[in-house]
Design a protein. Structure first.
Length: 398
């Protein structure tokens, strides 16, 4: 039976991976949320979810074998196979779609969401297993960086579709005047203040001190800054950036200092971009270390056995910045970091000001991506004296 199931799985993977994922616009998410029926959503998701799963499952096969066969990576691939098989029970041709079918589908989505809840950590463990088992060359490192950005973006998008369906048509709690997990009038100042105060609470708990927040807003039409967005995504990004900035300021000035320079936040509603800039005076970092901030290989710090009292709450397995950047990029925004070594760091979140421009950004399994895995990293076409980057293993915050 297992052999037959494996054959069916491979054949279905080939079938669904032929289709490109269909990126939804914020407009479609909100229109769908307001007008679609449970059955409409079912008819869309029973095809789109297997397509998105199959696209990334096929890309796993392009990974370097040494990563592919790490125990944690094998475990994640098994989760994806199981969830893909679960969804095959609902594909076209199963006969009439009854309310029972719809209820079973929603239950299956909840089961899949729970099954995959620890995948980010498990993949990070896979990277750690690889680092401990093999020497990693530049090509492998580039392929891991490329894959994990696409893998985590694919996961963000699948969880977004599942959350919309379960909130709109399942038992998940629904915020009044939200459409699924989207707030059509997301109050950006409120999310900035909430994420700051929660990061500050952690900072006070650990360092017994924390920097103040100075918030300035610019909006041409003088109204409050609001945007059609997923508040939990914006909160996730801001919470991460505030934790980094607070840790930098307190550690740079010494926890015993009775005053700290504040974290300055500038919020601007432009014509095209909604910009949130955090500026800290935490001493900054040199350009030679900057790239490590978003690097999965170097941000994977060996996890202390148990994060107890001695583990700074702001330090984790270190994927906070790369994941936050993916959340920003998911709806065609971005997250950038600019530092002045010896002074401090600016981190900028760019969101689309117009919901008509906020579309999903999805990885696609195609010839271009396959070439990416076989093309060696850029060989140098500029010459210079060798220079030694101060090999400071950068801080890893959660
Ligand atoms: O690299 S950083 O400039 C830095 C990086 C990201 C960010 O969001 C804010 C930052 O400030 N910075 C993090 C950190 C931690 C402990 C001690 C000193 C520093 C300096």
């Amino acid at each position: 039976v297992l052999y037959r199931q494996a054959r069916v799985l491979e054949e279905r993977l080939d079938y669904y991976s032929q289709f490109n994922p269909s990126p939804l616009s914020m407009q479609q998410f909100t229109d769908f949320g307001e007008n679609a029926t449970n059955s409409d959503s079912f008819m869309f998701l029973r095809k789109e979810l297997p397509v998105r799963l199959a696209n990334i499952m096929k890309e796993f096969n392009l990974l370097p074998n040494k990563l592919l066969h790490m125990p944690s990576v094998e475990a994640v691939r098994d989760l994806y196979r199981q969830s893909f098989l679960d969804l095959l029970h609902f594909q076209d041709g199963i006969g009439p779609v009854t309310t029972t079918t719809l209820d079973k589908f929603t239950d299956a989505l909840v089961k899949i969401r729970n099954r995959h809840s620890d995948v980010v950590m498990t993949m990070a463990q896979g990277v750690m297993e690889l680092k401990e088992a093999h020497a990693i060359n530049a090509n492998t490192e580039a392929n891991i960086q490329y894959f994990l950005d696409r893998f985590y973006m694919n996961r963000i998008s699948i969880r977004m579709l599942i959350n919309q369906h379960t909130i709109l048509f399942g038992d998940s709690v629904n915020h009044q005047n939200h459409i699924g997990c989207i707030d059509p009038h997301c109050d950006v100042v409120k999310v900035i203040e909430d994420s700051y105060s929660n990061a500050r609470f952690l900072c006070d708990q650990y360092y017994l001190a924390s920097p103040e927040l100075v918030l300035r807003c610019h909006n041409a039409d003088k109204t409050a800054v609001s945007v059609v967005y997923v508040p939990s995504h914006l909160y996730h990004m801001l919470f991460e950036l505030f934790k980094n900035a607070m840790r930098a300021v307190v550690e740079h000035h010494g926890a015993a200092s009775d005053t700290f320079p504040p974290i300055d936040v500038l919020l601007v509603m432009g014509q095209e971009d909604l910009t949130i800039r955090l500026s800290d005076q935490g001493g900054g970092i040199p350009r030679s270390v900057m790239d490590f901030l978003f690097n999965y290989m170097y941000s994977t710090a060996p996890q202390p056995a148990v994060s107890g009292l001695d583990t700074p709450p702001l330090a984790g397995y270190g994927y906070g910045l790369p994941l936050s950047r993916l959340y920003a990029r998911y709806f065609h925004g971005d997250l950038q970091v600019t530092s002045c070594d010896g002074y401090g760091t600016d981190t900028i979140i760019y969101l689309k000001a117009l919901s008509s421009e906020a579309n999903e950004l999805l990885p696609v399994y195609n010839k271009t991506c396959q070439r990416q895995y076989s093309t060696p990293v850029q060989t140098h076409d500029w010459s210079s004296q060798a220079h030694s980057a101060l090999f400071v293993r950068p801080f890893s915050t959660s």
